[in-house]
Write a protein that binds this ligand. Structure first.
Ligand code: MG
Length: 374
């Protein structure tokens, strides 16, 4: 595989490797193994029942964290291949990037973060890392999945200086302001491309945003007009999907071409120079603007929509109630969630809650608070 890679790509040869000695696979690269370990993990299967924006039981067609992660992986792989970067690594990072998410999307994370305010807070990036480093129980020789440094680096997208200091080697780049690999940079933006576009799709399907509103946005307006010119009588679902696929394609192509230009200009000779230089994976200025406009629109019109907020407030109540019940009496926890030797009990409570799927959290809430449930 490495003969197809650019000299500044992450490869088996320049990888910083795994924490524990772990042999080598006969027919798979270390990053293929990482991807496989992630796909076989418990946390990965739970993504199926975790909310992206719409809670799982609101409808079978909405994205979940699982389908979101698959879309991110698909987009990121296409970009990586075009740029001769490590496709297996971007796939592994993409599939793992949301493993630490709580139930109920951002509402759940915000609620858990508030509950954990006096105990070091809760941050889904760091929880994803904790999941692959510590919480998965699948191997005899070590805790966690023992992933390669570069996969773990890609999972931690952002991080406060305080948290960075606790991460050791992995946190260094947040303190000395160097860059992660180009593969990690790709996953970051592939995530944005995926959620902006699928949230438009899901938002329209749910009837919370309208075509007329979207037509005020530069990127959507441009592509929907093109589709209408080519297919004047197209009915609305196909019109929407045809527009969205064109938006995704435009974003991906812009990202590839802009990044090619930036790489050519910076001409890094190896991975070390990628880390020491400017951030190279980027949209053009105009596409960045259009993408930001879409993000702002979604934040205001979809994520703050009263029907989404109602769900959000219920979700927060469930998380708050669970947290307080377990803090006031840790013996209500399943025994495997009693504190690890060196940690506060609250961190294990956060692990338990963060690991829950939407429906498990709702059931657990009923079991704890409704007389007659057990
Ligand atoms: Mg994501």
């Amino acid at each position: 595989m490495s003969e197809f890679l650019a000299p500044y790509a992450v490869s088996e040869a320049n990888s910083r490797g795994r924490q524990w000695p772990d042999g080598e696979a006969l027919h798979r690269s270390p990053f293929q193994r990482d991807r496989d370990r992630i796909v076989h993990s418990t946390a990965f299967r739970r993504l199926e029942y975790k909310t992206q924006v719409f809670v799982n039981h609101e409808g079978d067609l909405f994205r979940t964290r699982l389908t979101h992660s698959l879309e991110v992986a698909q987009i990121a792989r296409g970009i990586a291949r075009a740029l001769q970067l490590n496709e297996d690594l971007v796939e592994a990072i993409s599939l793992a990037h949301d493993l630490g998410h709580t139930p109920f999307g951002h509402a759940g994370q915000d609620a858990l973060n508030r509950c954990m305010r006096d105990h070091g807070g809760f941050e889904h990036n760091l929880q994803s890392l904790r999941t692959v480093d510590l919480l998965e129980e699948r191997y005899a020789a070590f805790r966690g999945l023992n992933l390669c440094f570069e996969t773990r680096e890609g999972i931690v997208k952002h991080c406060s200086p305080d948290n960075a200091r606790e991460l050791g080697e992995l946190g260094e780049r947040f303190l000395n302001r160097t860059q992660p690999s180009l593969e990690a940079q790709i996953c970051n933006l592939a995530d944005e491309i995926a959620y902006n576009n699928h949230d438009v799709d899901d938002g329209l399907r749910a009837g919370l945003i309208t075509l007329a509103q979207l037509e005020e946005l530069e990127l959507f307006a441009h592509h929907v007009a093109e589709v209408r010119r080519a297919y004047p009588t197209l009915e609305s679902r196909r019109l929407i999907h045809e527009t969205i696929r064109r938006m995704i394609n435009a974003l991906v192509c812009d990202l590839i071409e802009t990044t090619q230009g930036r790489i050519a200009e910076a001409s890094p000779i190896d991975l070390r120079e990628v880390r020491l230089g400017e951030r190279l994976v980027a949209f053009s200025a105009s596409m960045h603007g259009a993408q930001q406009q879409m993000k702002t629109f979604l934040r205001k019109q979809l994520y703050q929509h009263y029907q989404v907020l109602r769900m959000t407030s219920k979700a927060q109540r469930v998380v708050n109630d669970l947290f307080s019940a377990f803090v006031s009496n840790p013996r209500l926890l399943p025994p495997q969630y009693l504190a690890f030797e060196d940690e506060e009990q609250t961190r294990r409570i956060a692990d338990y809650i963060a690991g829950m799927t939407d429906r498990y959290a709702i059931r657990e809430h009923q079991r704890l608070f409704e007389i007659g449930e057990s």
